[in-house]
Design a protein around this ligand. Structure first.
Ligand SMILES: O=C(O)CCC(=O)C(=O)O
Ligand SMILES: [Fe+2]
Length: 197
């Protein structure tokens, strides 16, 4: 029926999934290097997508990783990862990374309650399309701290192996449960593009 109404016909495109878990995107050694970059750098209290601290929703320390000689290899890896995952699972039109990657550390009950990544006051937050969240810490380094997604009414827990990337549209609900012992680090970046079609 929609096909008869100009402007409403759906273009034919491959299936668009709501999540993908990709293993071994960084080696354990590379994950340790990225954690060290954070631990050497300045850390800020995390803010939400709209730039307001809100401890009821999130408690983590974050460190932005601007592009530069020290982080070039990380961005190149992320670009390849997102291009492959997008081609295989999502088929979105993507422009690139409009925000720097960030490393987060969750400890002493640190958490990030159910939320989506798309939105806020800034143009970049509103243009977020795919979220890439990568486990950096070895599973035995922390308790709790599960990354969970709820894309279609039931909760999926992401594998905990270092280097495992969860890739999902920025409108998908997700959370990190409280870390009850040790510390969990993750690397997060978003890709941006024109509004969802
Ligand atoms: O730490 C993670 O794995 C996910 C963090 C997150 O959801 C975010 O930064 O928006
Ligand atoms: Fe998020």
């Amino acid at each position: 029926m929609f096909s008869e109404i100009p402007g409403l016909a759906a273009p034919s495109r491959p299936q668009q999934k709501l999540w993908a878990f990709e293993g071994e995107t960084f080696t354990p050694e590379e994950c340790r290097t990225i954690i060290a970059l954070m631990e050497d750098g300045r850390q800020k209290d995390a803010t939400l997508v709209n730039g307001e601290s809100e401890s009821r929703i999130r408690r983590t320390a974050i460190h932005w990783l601007p592009e530069g000689p020290e982080t070039d290899w990380i961005y190149q890896r992320l670009a390849r990862l997102v291009a492959t995952a997008n081609r295989e699972h999502f088929n979105y039109t993507l422009d690139g990374f409009q925000e720097d990657a960030q490393v987060a550390r969750y400890q002493d009950g640190g958490f990030y309650d159910w939320h989506i990544d798309r939105g806020g006051k800034g143009p970049a937050g509103r243009a977020r399309k795919l979220t890439i969240a990568i486990q950096l810490s070895p599973p035995e380094a922390y308790e709790g701290g599960d990354l969970q997604l709820n894309p279609e009414g039931h909760v999926l827990t992401a594998p905990r192996d270092p280097g495992m990337a969860a890739v999902f549209p920025a409108f998908v609900l997700h959370r990190v449960t409280p870390v009850t012992a040790g510390a969990r680090h993750s690397l997060v970046i978003w890709t941006h593009g024109p509004d969802f079609t």
